[in-house]
Design a protein around this ligand. Structure first.
Ligand code: CTP
Ligand code: CA
Length: 226
């Protein structure tokens, strides 16, 4: 049961994966972003594709190549990601939201480059739409998986997000630990499901984690439906 390499479970399934950071511009040359490399999301897309799924990857700006047979859709802002994800959502069987979406964007994006002034600069920012929460509200057949990077109280915050966003599962990582989180090739994550599964994984490569996540998802989706 812990091995899905011979499984046909994901064959032909429509899987939407989001990856990478978003960029929220303040003028034509400057933007707000975060340290997401996209590696976790691209690893998930590669595994899903190898398992025979039809994979759409909605990605913020990254330096990564598109995994074989994956349909790549490039976006920059949280709003563009929202639009693309919602456009594809109805047809999806599974959505995995590993993108690090900006929570705030500048209230105004200037058409021309801002010139520096004497004194301090205060940038007013407003909230972006929560894509995952919207998906949770609209959920029908979809199995919905969120990601969360935390620095403390990892399991507690993970469970809160699982419930608040109406997810089926969430993958939480403790980015305060060595070898976990942004930019590196490894991660330390815990998989929590709405059905109560709690799987703590050791330090692993992002590609190993991606494989394990699909095994856990398969088992969780089958659990109770047989
Ligand atoms: N997420 C999203 N849209 C946003 C913000 C987050 O879809 N505008 C998704 C992320 O892709 C991730 C999940 O929500 O799958 C959790 O993101 P996280 O930043 O950990 O949680 P937040 O709800 O934004 O809470 P906070 O940043 O305050 O911890
Ligand atoms: Ca956030």
């Amino acid at each position: 049961q812990e091995n899905s390499k011979d499984s046909t479970f994901f064959h032909g399934k429509e899987i939407l994966i989001t990856a990478g950071p978003t960029q929220e511009s303040i003028d034509p040359v400057r933007f707000f972003t975060n340290h997401s490399s996209g590696k976790m999301g691209y690893a998930l897309a590669e595994v899903a594709s190898k398992l025979g799924a039809n994979v759409t990857l909605v990605t913020g700006p990254t330096k990564l190549p598109t995994p074989p047979k994956v349909k790549r859709i490039e976006v920059k802002t949280a709003e563009e990601m929202y639009d693309q994800v919602l456009l594809h959502y109805d047809a999806c069987d599974i959505v995995v939201k590993s993108a690090a979406v900006a929570d705030y964007k500048p209230i105004k994006t200037f058409d021309q480059k801002m010139k520096k002034q004497d004194g301090n600069l205060v940038v007013e920012m407003e909230r972006t739409k929560d894509i995952l929460k919207t998906l949770g509200k609209k959920k029908k057949q979809q199995y919905l998986v969120g990601f969360a990077a935390e620095t403390n109280d990892v399991i507690r915050y993970g469970k809160e997000k699982l419930a608040k966003k109406n997810l089926d599962a969430i993958v939480v990582n403790d980015i305060s630990q060595e070898g976990a989180g942004f930019s590196v090739d490894t991660n330390i994550v815990t998989f929590l499901s709405a059905k109560g599964k709690e799987e703590i994984m050791p330090l692993l490569s992002k590609s190993e984690i991606a494989k394990k996540i699909f095994v856990l998802m398969e088992n969780d989706m089958k659990d109770g439906t047989l």
